[in-house]
Design a protein around this ligand. Structure first.
Ligand code: HEC
Length: 358
């Protein structure tokens, strides 16, 4: 039924004059997102209350990167609104559980708004010079920064991890400034060469020589061999997202060569004990996500030397409660997540219903 609806809309659009003026993202689309979406879909930030607010459903609509490299898949497929998740969810029937904004958040977008978004996507989804407010700092963002400074005391404002980077170290302040010291930036041509591959590589922010590397949705293209492509920049990688890629235990040896790794996401990969055991060498790790991997007690025990580790996700692994308890005895500041962590408040939580995609 939904498909039918979509194709009818497509037919309707065919009668719109082909030469209709180009949609300006910053002027015409962003205001819709800002008004109806970013309340729930903005990069993680620490509010004045000191609480961390995470983007709902891990969808961030307040930055170019957030929209383009969403963990949820292709939010926007340039030239094809029919394949764009974002367009799909705003055109679902008003009473659909998955419609955006959610039912309880008032009216769906108007036909005029959804048509405009459709025209923008089908016309190539050009963002113009817009790169987002997540880093560009609106007034609200600045206010949030103050909140953050308060909550971690030592932050000098420069060490703020890039918006959306996930884990924020609240107690100890961000290590990124210290780790960047005396580190020369990776030469342009090296970065250019790597840009041909499946990774998306960017500075962690504030012109830091440290890098954030993500799969940019190319999870199937990334295996152990592709991961080894990153060795020339291994010294510079601070944040690495390999979630749902095809890496295996062999990745461990490559990861062990990344001495400045602070945040590592390996969820839903085939990595197991032998790969994870290598991570004992990544002494700067603060956050490690092993959710849905094959790691067991042997691998988890090998993490004991990681004195800086603050967050460890072990949900849906073979690690026993006994090993987790022992690990926490060794690392008292460590927060271990063994069971489903439900970041959404109950009123807005995704209930257990099956998702449409996957
Ligand atoms: C009141 C909070 C709220 C608002 C406002 C909101 N969303 Fe969402 N959105 C959510 C939640 C919660 C989820 C996660 C749903 C889930 O995982 O089942 C979500 C998920 C999504 C997804 C992923 C859907 C999928 O199936 O993968 C997209 C895309 C999205 N929202 C786009 C939007 C857009 C565009 C707007 C504005 C027009 C918007 N949202 C407004 C709460 C909100």
């Amino acid at each position: 039924m939904k498909r039918l609806l979509l194709s009818l809309t497509a037919l309707g659009a065919a009668s719109v004059p082909a030469q209709s003026a180009k949609v300006d993202f910053a002027k015409q689309i962003w205001p819709i997102f800002e008004k109806r979406c970013t309340e729930c879909h903005r990069a993680a930030y620490t509010g004045d209350d000191g609480r961390e607010h995470k983007p709902k459903g891990r969808v961030e609509l307040d930055s170019l990167d957030g929209i383009k490299q969403s963990k949820r898949g292709k939010l926007v497929v340039a030239g094809d609104s029919g394949k764009s998740i974002l367009y799909e969810v705003i055109t679902l029937p008003a009473d659909d559980d998955d419609v955006m904004p959610p039912k309880k958040k008032g009216k769906p977008l108007s036909q005029k708004e959804t048509d405009l978004i459709k025209r923008w996507i089908d016309g190539g989804a050009d963002f113009g010079s817009w790169t987002g407010t997540a880093k560009g700092k609106s007034d609200e963002e600045r206010k949030d920064d103050k909140g953050r400074d308060k909550s971690d005391g030592k932050s000098d404002g420069k060490s703020k991890p890039k918006a959306g980077s996930g884990s924020k170290s609240k107690k100890k302040g961000s290590p990124l400034t210290t780790l960047a010291k005396n580190l020369k930036p990776v030469p342009e041509d090296v970065l250019k060469g790597l840009a041909q591959g499946p990774f998306r590589i960017a500075s962690v922010g504030d012109d830091s020589p440290l890098l954030e590397v993500t799969s940019f949705g190319e999870t199937d293209a990334i295996d152990d061999a592709r991961l080894a492509d990153l060795l020339p920049i291994a010294d510079h990688i601070a944040e690495l997202d390999l979630a749902a890629t095809r890496i295996t235990d062999k990745a461990g040896a490559v990861l062990a060569k990344m001495p400045r790794l602070v945040t590592l996401d390996l969820r839903q990969t085939e990595i197991g004990d032998h790969g994870v055991a290598e991570l004992g060498k990544c002494k700067e790790l603060r956050s490690l996500n092993l959710y849905g991997t094959k790691v067991g007690d042997y691998g988890a025990t090998a993490l004991a030397p990681l004195a800086n580790l603050e967050e460890l996700y072990l949900w849906q692994t073979e690690v026993s409660a006994k090993t987790a308890v022992r690990l926490r005895e060794t690392l008292p500041d460590l927060r271990i997540v063994m069971a489903a962590d439900l970041p959404e408040p109950p009123a807005e939580a995704a209930d257990g219903r099956p998702r449409r995609r996957r």
